[in-house]
Design a protein around this ligand. Structure first.
Ligand code: SF4
Length: 299
C-alpha cells in the first residue's frame, strides 16, 4: 500500500471560507506550484480520498457535511485545516452560527496558518499529512497482521479489570453518538462486573496477551440473553465482534433462542446483528432520548 504515500488522493471542502484560502488551494494545482509532482490527485469522492483539506470555519450548516465526508473516508486518513478560520474559527469565531475551527467537529492532524494560507504553507501541510498517513498505514498494517493471533476464550475473574477497561473505551463512541456519558456500560463499576461474573458467562478476545474485546450472556427460560459486546476501537471492523457473538451463542447450549439489544442510532451494531441472523422484535426506552432495540434469533 506504499502507493498511498506516493499518490495521495485529496478531497477539498469549503466549510464556510471567504474563498481566499480556496483560491490558494487551487493555486497549488497550477503549473507554478504543481502539487501533481507529488502524485497528488484531487478527487470529489470521499470514499477514494486519503487526505481531507478543509478551508473556512465550521458553521451549523456545514457541521454535518464535514462529519459526513470524514466518516466516508477509508482508514487511514488525515485531516488538514487550512487557514486561521479552519484552525480556530478566525475572525468568524464569535458569529452566532459558527461552531469554531474544524477540530470542534472532527479530529484535525495538521493546522496550516495564514489568512489566506499561502500555497507554500499548504504544500508544507500536505507533506506533513503524507508523513502522518505513512505512519498510520504502518500501524494499521501491524494491527491487521496481529488479527491472525486472535484467541477467543471464556474469561476468568482475573480478566475482569482488563475487560472493564476495554468496555469503557469501546463505549466512548456510543456516548459521543448520543451525547450521553451516562450510558450503562460507562457507568458500570468493577464491583458490579464481578457480581455479573457470578451469574453470567463472559468471553474475551485476546491479541498478543491483551484483552481487546468481550461479550457476556446467560440463559433463562430457554432464552440466551447476550449483551455488552465491546471491541477496542483499534480492532473494530476486523470481524472480532462477529466471532465473540458466535462464541457466546455456542456456549449457551440450553438456549432455544437468543436475544440481544442495542440502541436505535447504533447502526454498526444493528448491521452486525442483522448479518448474524438477528431480527428486531421490540423496542423500549432507555431514557427520553435513547430507544433500546431488541433483536432475536432462533437457534
Ligand atoms: S483564513 Fe482568511 S482567507 Fe482563509 S477563509 Fe478565513 S478569512 Fe478567508
Amino acid at each position: 500500500m506504499s502507493h498511498l504515500v506516493k499518490s495521495p488522493w485529496i478531497i477539498h471542502y469549503d466549510a464556510s471560507s471567504c474563498n481566499g484560502c480556496d483560491i490558494e488551494v487551487l493555486a497549488c494545482l497550477t503549473p507554478m506550484y504543481d502539487v501533481e509532482r507529488f502524485g497528488i490527485v484531487n478527487t470529489g469522492n470521499p470514499k477514494h480520498a486519503d487526505i481531507f483539506l478543509i478551508t473556512g470555519s465550521v458553521n451549523e450548516q456545514t457541521r454535518s457535511v464535514v462529519k459526513n465526508i470524514y466518516e466516508q473516508m477509508p482508514e487511514p486518513k488525515v485531516v488538514v485545516a487550512i487557514g486561521i478560520c479552519a484552525s480556530s474559527g478566525g475572525i468568524f469565531r464569535e458569529c452566532y452560527n459558527v461552531a469554531g475551527g474544524v477540530d470542534k467537529v472532527i479530529p484535525v492532524d495538521v493546522f496550516v496558518p495564514g489568512c489566506a494560507a499561502r500555497p507554500e504553507s499548504i504544500i508544507d501541510g500536505v507533506v506533513q499529512a503524507l508523513g502522518i498517513l505513512e505512519k498510520r498505514h504502518a500501524y494499521q498494517q501491524s494491527v491487521e497482521n496481529s488479527i491472525g493471533q486472535l484467541i477467543i476464550s471464556q474469561a476468568e475473574e482475573s480478566d475482569l479489570p482488563e475487560i472493564m477497561s476495554v468496555q469503557k473505551t469501546a463505549y466512548q463512541s456510543e456516548a459521543e453518538l448520543y451525547n450521553d456519558p451516562s450510558l450503562p456500560p460507562l457507568q458500570q463499576t468493577l464491583e458490579q462486573l464481578r457480581e455479573a461474573f457470578k451469574t453470567q458467562i463472559l468471553f474475551k478476545a485476546v491479541i498478543n496477551g491483551k484483552v481487546v474485546g468481550s461479550i457476556r450472556g446467560y440463559t433463562a427460560e430457554g432464552t440466551g440473553h447476550i449483551s455488552r459486546l465491546s471491541v477496542h476501537p483499534y480492532f473494530q471492523s476486523k470481524g472480532i465482534g462477529k466471532k465473540l457473538v458466535s462464541a457466546i451463542e455456542a456456549r449457551l447450549t440450553e438456549a432455544k433462542r437468543f436475544e440481544i439489544f442495542t440502541w436505535h442510532k447504533s447502526s454498526r451494531n444493528l448491521e452486525l446483528y442483522g448479518k448474524l441472523g438477528y431480527r428486531e422484535f421490540k423496542t423500549d426506552q432507555l431514557n427520553s432520548a435513547i430507544n433500546r432495540v431488541y433483536l432475536e434469533k432462533a437457534k
